[in-house]
Design a protein around this ligand. Sequence first.
Ligand SMILES: [Zn+2]
Ligand SMILES: [Zn+2]
Length: 354
Amino acid sequence: MKYIARGNIHIHSNLSDGTSSIEEIAEDANKAGLDFIVINDHEHLRGKEMGLEGFYGDTLVLVGQEVNRVKNHYLVLGLDEVIQNNEENPKEIISEVKEKGGIGIIAHPYENGSPLVNNGRTFPWTDFDLEGFDGMEVSNYSSEWRDGAKTLLHAVYANFINDLAYIRSPNPKSYAKWKELTKKKKVTGIIGSDAHAPIFKVGPFKFKILSYKYLFSSGNNYIYLDTPLHEFKKNNDVKNAREALLKAIKKGNLYICYDRIEKGDGLLVYLKDNKDNIYLPGDFVPQGRYDLFVGFDGGRKDKSASLLIESYEGIQIFKLPVEEKLYLKKGTYNLHLSHKKHKNWIIINPFYVK
Ligand SMILES: [Zn+2]
Ligand SMILES: [Zn+2]
């Protein structure tokens, strides 16, 4: 039996350029029903040094880092020491994180920018031929929202009136690049919220857009675990909770959901061979015959969704729940669920058939 932990990654607190303290952010996350969050402030691990990792209500708070400012932003998880910026040489950053046993994730690799924010400035990743990174943001919610908000009117409209206006995510270039990379190697795909909750001032008015609360119900990561996080919470076992979560993220045992369309909890996706071995999304799978199961626990949401499988065979479409006998040949099988309201609702890490 697998358990699913739902959480938000890539959050900035007021220890860097966010607008709330880690304690306040944790409270918002707890109210949003998140099982975990990961803080990635720029250039330091002050939150960790201050002892702020741990359980806040039912939410586990972990502290990582975001390296670099101008370009080649890299999320680092699971380290106790700070990785120095090195804008021109991401290769060195990637190796350093790997050597020290951390997890490295490329942040917002492609962005279009908006004239509203920093004159349309973007913060791209410059070299995909590098080896050794563990994952990438297939989607960065704030960045994609900003790409759609071309004027102040757009921004107000999308934040306060039609909150589905800019869900065009994921960034098509990031999604295409990720799928291309997964054909050659394992690259864990995640969604980052990049929450800063900036405060805008227009004349006498002040308002916050993309608040923590807003982003916590916009897009999240759903991680498959052997033990639910609340079991660790009973003994306040932060160390093992952290380890279990990071291990599953590194393996890619997870799916991404645009919760703003509809929450994606309880999605079971696995392959079973004739010896009852189970393989999860993100796993390496031997070539052979399998039963594929894809469906929601309880089945309530199956009616809104269909499954698309992309592989060397092209695209296959199934109605949920899926219980299919398949022969899987060597190659990568990328899966996603399309919702009747949106074509990319849930993006599932691939099965890598060897
Ligand atoms: Zn960044
Ligand atoms: Zn960031």
